[in-house]
Design a protein around this ligand. Sequence first.
Ligand code: AGP
Length: 599
Amino acid sequence: MCGIIGYLGHQLAKDILLDGLKKLEYRGYDSAGLCILNDGQFFIDKKVGPVVQLEQSVANQEIISTTGIAHTRWATHGAPSENNAHPHFDCHGQIAVVHNGIIENYQALKEVLISEGHQFQSETDSEVLAHLIEKFYTDNLETAVTKALALVEGSYGLVVLSIKENKLVAVRQSSPLIIGVGVGETFVASDIPAILNYTKQVIYLNDNDLAIIDSQGYHLQNLAGQVVDRQVEEVKLNVEQIEKKGFKHFMLKEIFEQPQTISNVLAGRVKDGQIKLSIDLDLSRLKRIIIAACGTSWHSALIGKYLLENIARIPVEVDYASEFRYRQPLVSDTDLFVAISQSGETADTLAALREAKRQGAQTIAIVNVVGSTVTREVDSGIYLHAGPEIGVASTKAFTAQVTALILLALYLRQLVGQPLDDGLLADLNQLPEIVATTLSLNNQLADLAAQFYHTDHFLYLGRGLNFPVALEGALKLKEISYIHAEGYPAAEIKHGPIALVDENMPVVFLATKNDLSDKIISNIQEIKARGGRIIAVVDQDYDHIAELADHLIRVPVVNVLLSPIVNAIPLQLLAYHIADYKGLDVDKPRNLAKSVTVE
Ligand code: AGP
């Protein structure tokens, strides 16, 4: 999504803003721009394409100023262009705005403003904000911003700069904004990496918070003008964590972090045969669990269904978050609604959560980003503690989510006095080590990728717990290599998709041992008979399909309930290496954003 950085302090604003934009590149964008208040004038530059183009454009500009705002845009309204890039301005070029989110009533507002003589330069919804603020501006920026936003419907992380006042005004409504508190300098940004080089003291703005940043520091109020008090929190991340640690891409680094991140999820939560989760809910009347999520998080939700129904024996429904609120769901206070989201900012997941809350469900979240919006709107939650996931393709968050779902299932079982399976607990404690062993397949997967990266299509097939893993493997491949890939329940292939199979079709089978192993063999034979090229993920000690598969990927033997985590690893590596062989931008694939904060 869009990235925002604002600065007011004692350093050169240009340097801070460009550095911040680069740290926000992972969010996905198509253009970038900045506006610096330089001796009573605005210095403005915008470029379509990577931040480095903006950097080169301003390189020779002597801009001594210490106040400015900047933005990376992921297009929602209006194609990528310099005109549509932020910042946007009022008619007289005296008010600059950068915005992340969607102004839902911008058309109506724009018509009124045009009828009042305002002239627009762009196709964007965001530009409406600049003209609305101009409409109400007399001599105080925060007053004009407050009056303007009273007319606005939609979501915004917004930072405003006026040519007449050396201050920034920042407002948050459904689109994250943080304040970075420095010594004699203050930052505002849409995400932590943008400011981590300068301060670890941050404030997470809440919805309706308005921050006024000036040479004295910052002042917080809400849109009703009342002073609000927000805690300054110490960021535990360091720049080192953000960097790639010697890996070629963030995605590969994050794949190799999984032994540690799974260990982080478990830390302090499995003790003396007991599960300890800080879930403060009355679940005595619990009748059903509803899980809503998007993308990879939806895949972990599907795995969660198997785990919760198998371990906790509670009925589970799984929804695409984007569909949930539109199907007229019937939710009650006997439901537990689980929102799964790495970023905690996915608009569709937030909307589903709000609908479930409105109907009285108790709510928990399984989230990675601390302080994100989802975490502030649920009754309780499980943090993944997986650290920043910079690669757009989710890997360590996925396996952390599944691990958290196992803990949740065990916790709910424990809550009703059912005994926990000691063998499963023992395997759970071994999981980081088992995943580390699985990562040693990296070179084999790189070699396999070298044989398949020219391929145009892939099928991924699995049964039971391995079906969502097949979906996840297909998503990983298509989102970073742009190769068309589909995942199916293996038995479903006979109902149409098998028509796709010929000698050019690689078919990845998740064939680790479970109670459907015999059936998966016949599915493999069906594909083999039609010339499909079989890549099979099997247990190390499983030789019975050696003669059927063209390529065997042997993973460590593990409790079947933990197999989705182990089986996902080779699929992550296969997708990574295929994309890398294709020379693609693995961390920032085309058309994608790390967090989809628009519906
Ligand atoms: C997964 O690799 C994708 N980046 C995408 O599907 C992602 O999982 C989805 O957008 C949900 O994001 P969230 O977990 O932050 O809500």
